[in-house]
Design a protein around this ligand. Structure first.
Ligand SMILES: Cc1cc2nc3c(=O)[nH]c(=O)nc-3n(C[C@H](O)[C@H](O)[C@H](O)COP(=O)(O)O)c2cc1C
Length: 410
């Protein structure tokens, strides 16, 4: 029966082998937490520690969390008959160093190999992902800046630390980023870059149309589908701007976020940004109607009936299609509660977008305010692809796969 499929988990790191190098910084304790979170996304994680790192966190902590032995010593690895620096670095789909000390950055930039982690970095044949974390004076020291530049020139990815209060009690740039940004960096590092350099505008979430200063007309959109589309596009190299109505969600700083409230604000902002966008995704649940007049004072309670006079809001998708420039790709969303395909075709006739993503929001596990969705992709030629019930980030992956394969020359 439709809607009774098991709810899929999102495991974008399933079957991925991560080699996690931990060096001797105060943020080494966070690596233990991040390891758990990476495993929850499906990754197998092999930990390698510097001698310095073992002074901060016991290898036993990482052994328990990874379910594997932890390697610290190039001469005494416990790996039978093997050369651990070669063996471990070759197996990895992703080699990441978190936290990366100033010392490791310097030695890696110089190509030194005087411990297991450094030797393994030299053996690894793909770009490494470094997460520097240190005292702000150490980070802004020109020697560290030069080492980071060198590592980037060598093709590695170095994620900027965050500004704020560091564990040493000082304030400045040097903090290890929180998990959402680390997760995006990891997923981005492993992603195809098939949206590289494209300017992508995603409109998402509900709008609120004021009745009076405390009440509004709105809808049940959570903005989760738009957020997923924005995150996945940024991982694939897109330059993403998310215009969102009022939602309560963390959005990692890989995305530029512009907050709006009403349909009018959403229309103004989206139209202003549309001119420079290569791809526009209208995933927002924009109110179709708004109160004719918002009262300036709170409406008083009375015993009688009251009527709310509503007037239509601007149809943003229709406006975008009118102004569309050659080559611009426009993707629309269609939320229906019945006759999904037939109603979607009617919408497509009226508004000929490149791709219409239709979802039955009445189906359990699909549509508003849930983690999953079940959608149908319909293109201009009325070709239809039915996707199964998936986590919204996976739906976003399938939508971007479709867009990249059909509309983008690579
Ligand atoms: C309490 C303490 C905290 C430290 N925190 C950091 C840090 O956050 N980042 C860093 O680069 N170095 C830090 N250091 C210095 C490194 O531990 C030191 O440079 C060490 O040689 C690093 O060795 P490794 O890079 O081989 O792990 C800290 C040292 C101490 C004693």
């Amino acid at each position: 029966m439709e809607g009774c499929e098991p709810r899929p988990l999102y495991r974008p790191l399933a079957d991925r082998e991560i080699l996690l190098g931990v060096s001797g910084g105060i943020a080494a304790y966070k690596a233990a937490d991040y390891l758990r979170k990476a495993r929850a996304l499906g990754a197998a994680v092999q930990v390698m520690m510097t001698r310095g790192a073992t002074r901060f966190v016991s290898p036993m902590t990482f052994e328990a969390l990874s379910g594997r032995p932890v390697y610290c010593d190039i001469f005494d690895s416990g790996l039978e008959g093997a050369m651990p620096h070669i063996e471990l670095s070759r197996k990895a789909d992703l080699f990441m160093v978190l936290p990366a000390t100033a010392n490791v950055l310097a030695k890696a930039a110089a190509g030194m190999a005087d411990d297991l982690l450094l030797a393994s970095l030299l053996c690894h044949t793909r770009p490494v992902l470094f997460f520097p974390s240190m005292n702000p004076s150490m980070f802004t020291n020109p020697a560290t800046s030069a080492n980071i530049l060198k590592l980037r020139e060598l093709g590695h990815e170095v994620v900027e630390p965050e500004a704020g209060e560091t564990a040493c009690g000082e304030s400045g740039k040097g903090r290890l980023p929180d998990w959402p940004l680390v997760r995006e960096a990891v997923l981005g590092h492993l992603s195809l870059k098939n949206l590289k350099g494209l300017k992508i505008l995603v409109a998402s979430g509900p709008t609120r149309e004021p009745i009076d200063p405390v009440r509004f007309v709105s809808n049940r959109s959570s903005g989760k589908m738009g957020r997923a589309l924005a995150l996945v596009a940024a991982r694939r190299g897109g330059e993403v701007t998310l215009v969102t109505g009022p939602v309560s969600m963390d959005i990692p700083p890989t995305i530029d976020v512009i907050d709006v409230e009403t349909a009018k604000e959403m229309a103004g902002t989206v139209k202003e940004l549309a001119g420079s966008a290569d791809i526009i995704v209208m995933a927002a649940a924009v109110s179709d109607y708004m109160p004719e007049q918002a009262l300036s004072q709170k409406l008083k309670k009375t015993s009688g009936k009251i009527a709310l006079q509503l007037v239509p809001t601007e149809d943003i998708l229709a406006s975008l299609l009118k102004e569309r420039r050659p080559g611009q790709i426009i993707i629309g969303f269609c939320a229906e509660t019945e006759n999904l395909y037939e109603n979607s075709l009617k919408k497509l006739k009226k508004k000929p977008v490149d791709l219409l993503v239709a979802n039955n929001v009445a189906m359990p596990g699909a549509g508003f305010d849930v983690e999953t969705n079940k959608v149908m992709l319909i293109n201009k030629d009325q070709e239809r692809v039915d996707l199964p019930m998936l986590h919204k980030e996976e739906v976003a992956e399938r939508i971007w796969d479709y867009v990249a394969s059909r509309f983008i020359d690579t």
